[in-house]
Design a protein around this ligand. Structure first.
Ligand SMILES: [Zn+2]
Length: 277
């Protein structure tokens, strides 16, 4: 097979045998692929500093069938993200974003949008100071959308009625994580455990979903309520779809010094959503 090239981000690396490494990449043009770098453990010259997680590279490889390892011919460094190596909170965020992307993306079907999203997220971690409070939920929600789990924030997910930002009596609408959408007042007992989304939170989330990419966020945009409700929505949606708890999330929660730490996240597969009062 002929040599191929693509921009790529290293998701994870492990040593294989005496001298090789097995490396998983998210690529711009080939989705998520895993390959073998022969001699990478011994030959520091051929693969110097290019097989570390969340490094941005140009990958040269020989393709394989979808169930086989590609053969890694070489990598050229495009960008090393240095701030995560100097700041443990940013390191934990980068580790989580990479592991989450790895888990949510099944294989080679990943499109260029997911590659662009992860790259944008890592560049933001490198360059944004301070990080917007809603940086992580914005990334998580965009990833959910790109892998096909967009929540329905415009109509009742039971009866299909189109919904405004608040109910006729002025109260906030209910969101059902298990149905991944809003409920109208007539259907509000049919969504299992639910919670309310204030009109300003709903409006922000609708804008994010319509934007088609990671939204621009001011560092301190939004009220604490928007922050709490957005965190609740995103973490409960993720809990529906993640196949296992992420090690990097436990690490992130230990080192987190942002307002994120004040909002507990449900463990995977456990729905601790508060029932309606
Ligand atoms: Zn309804």
């Amino acid at each position: 097979m002929q040599e191929e090239r693509t921009p790529a981000i290293v998701l994870r690396t492990r040593v294989h045998g005496e001298s090789d490494k097995i490396v998983t990449f998210l690529t711009q043009d080939w989705g998520k692929i895993t390959g073998i770098a022969k001699g990478a453990k011994r030959s520091r010259r051929r693969f110097v500093n290019v097989l570390e997680p969340f490094t941005h590279i140009h990958l040269r490889f020989r393709p394989s069938r979808s169930d086989e390892l590609i053969f890694i011919l070489g990598c050229e460094l495009v960008q090393t993200f240095r701030r995560p190596s100097q700041d443990i909170h940013r390191f934990a965020l980068a580790s989580y974003m990479v592991e989450l992307t790895d888990v949510m993306v099944a294989g080679r079907e990943a499109g260029q949008e997911i590659y662009a999203l992860l790259l944008h997220g890592l560049v933001s971690l490198e360059e944004s100071s301070p990080l917007p409070a809603l940086f992580l939920p914005a990334f998580e929600l965009r990833l959910l959308v790109e892998v096909g789990y967009a929540p329905n924030l415009h109509s009742c997910c039971v009866c299909g009625t189109s919904l405004p930002l608040r109910t006729a009596d002025g109260s906030a609408l209910l969101f059902s994580p298990s149905l991944s959408g809003l409920l109208c007042p007539q259907c509000d007992t049919q969504g299992g455990a639910t919670f309310r989304l204030a009109p300003e939170t709903l409006s922000l989330l609708q804008t994010w979903l319509a934007s088609g990419h990671l939204p621009d966020m001011r560092p301190n945009a939004g009220s604490p309520r928007i922050y709490q409700e957005t965190r609740s929505l995103v973490s409960r949606l993720l809990a529906q779809h993640l196949p296992r708890p992420l090690k990097s999330l436990a690490f992130l929660e230990r080192v987190d010094v942002s307002p994120v730490s004040s909002v507990s996240r449900p463990a995977t597969g456990v729905d601790d959503t508060q029932s309606r009062a």
